[in-house]
Design a binder for this molecule. Structure first.
Ligand SMILES: NC(=O)c1ccc[n+]([C@@H]2O[C@H](COP(=O)([O-])OP(=O)(O)OC[C@H]3O[C@@H](n4cnc5c(N)ncnc54)[C@H](O)[C@@H]3O)[C@@H](O)[C@H]2O)c1
Length: 366
């Protein structure tokens, strides 16, 4: 059977028919490319620097900033034309900078976003927009004062081939109206100090975003169930957990979160619709038959599982920015996710159903 693809839908190999062509657009920056300041040069920041330098087109790293001067310096040393700073605002003032990629920890995002707004620079901000709804609201208000969107939030699952295919089919009504989503989110293990609240704020935040995006509905209430914990979880961590969302459209969404499953990193989603179901995330790479066994492999972590999505996310941001446009997840999406996280953490602590409180959606984000 020959399958036709909608714009933005991936084929079975994950190839996209949008964002593939990296057309020459109006050049920006001293070398005809977008000069990016990367704020925060830890795990994600360093990976985005590598991506801008070696993987995607149309951008170059003009500046990096980290409170850790040695870390920023080491990274800049390997990149022709990049300068290291300890102050994010100074990096944004570098004459080669046209745009900002924020990859510092969540609590530092608000200050960096406001610094970028003061310079009217476009931003790709790693999730979370900010760690709580009140600070996200301040960012939302500051962006509205600019009168136009400046920020794409780094909810990169929206750029994963499987999620994009599912989204385009749900939007097309291919299987009828979606009634439920079943999400699974499993990590091999957790770093020291990982808490119950981080299970919502750092892990489930991705299911919060894909739920809102796939269903095009706000989440209105959250409940959390805690099965007897695995013996593999550190003391005090209630793992696994089952998180239930209700949406404004009347759908119910469950997420199995199991962050010490021991065997690898698995993320998937099944949409249950009126006329069928559609599931993504079962890809285990090459399917092998050998020595009396069949099977594939499981990615060890999110970097491997979502490598293509990170690349597409940053390419999409660079392309849109060079066209003078802002696309992708917005500050509204960052704010709504923060509000659902807050409700989720309260639901975890109380065992109760907690309603999500959102302000009315401003015109800029309609
Ligand atoms: N999208 C995803 O899948 C994903 C995955 C992991 C992390 N993240 C997000 O990426 C961001 C960074 O996470 P990470 O894992 O790279 O953290 P990290 O701890 O590895 O790195 C953070 C870096 O920021 C620096 N830093 C701290 N405060 C700063 C400030 N005020 N200004 C500049 N630099 C500062 C630190 O010195 C460190 O080098 C977080 O927002 C995190 O939630 C997203």
């Amino acid at each position: 059977m020959v399958e036709t693809r909608e714009p933005g839908e991936a084929d079975e190999m994950g190839n996209m028919n949008e964002m593939d062509g990296m057309d020459e657009m109006d050049a920006k920056g001293p070398r005809g490319t977008l000069g990016v300041a990367v704020i925060g040069t830890g795990r994600m920041g360093a990976d985005h620097v590598r991506r801008i330098n070696d993987v995607i087109s149309g951008a170059r790293v003009a500046a990096v900033a980290d409170l850790d001067a040695a870390r920023a310096g080491r990274l800049a040393d390997g990149i022709d034309g990049a300068t290291a700073y300890t102050d994010p605002a100074a990096a944004m003032d570098d004459p080669g900078v046209d745009a900002v990629l924020i990859a510092s920890p969540g609590p530092a995002h608000e200050a960096a976003l406001l610094d970028a707004f003061a310079r009217d620079l476009p931003v790709l901000c790693e999730k979370p927009l900010t760690p709580d709804a009140a600070s996200a609201l301040r960012v939302l208000e500051a962006e509205q004062k600019l009168g136009r969107r400046r920020v794409q939030v780094g909810f990169m699952r929206r750029y994963d081939a499987g999620y994009r295919t599912l989204k385009s089919r749900l939007d097309a009504g291919t299987y009828g109206r979606p009634l439920m989503l079943h999400n699974k989110h499993r990590n091999a293990d957790t770093p020291p100090g990982f808490t119950d609240a981080m299970m919502i704020n750092d892990s489930v935040v991705h299911e919060i975003d894909v739920t809102r995006w796939l269903l095009d509905e706000e989440i209105t209430a959250v409940r959390v169930l805690r099965p007897a914990p695995t013996g593999n979880a550190p003391d005090g961590l209630s793992d696994p957990q089952l998180i239930l969302f209700e949406t404004a459209g009347g759908q119910v969404v469950d997420t199995e979160l199991f962050v010490n499953c021991g065997f690898g990193y698995q993320v998937g989603c099944e949409a249950v619709c009126e006329n069928g179901t559609a599931r993504i995330g079962d890809d285990h790479g090459v399917f092998v038959n050998t020595a009396g066994h069949w099977g594939g492999t499981i990615t060890p972590g999110f970097v491997e599982r979502f490598e293509d999505a990170y690349d597409r996310q940053v390419q999409h941001w660079v392309d849109a920015t060079r066209r003078g446009e802002v696309e992708g997840p917005s500050c509204w999406d960052g704010y709504a996710a923060a509000a659902v996280c807050e409700a989720g953490v309260l639901a975890q602590a109380t065992g109760e159903r907690v309603a999500v409180e959102l302000i009315e959606r401003p015109d800029l984000y309609r």
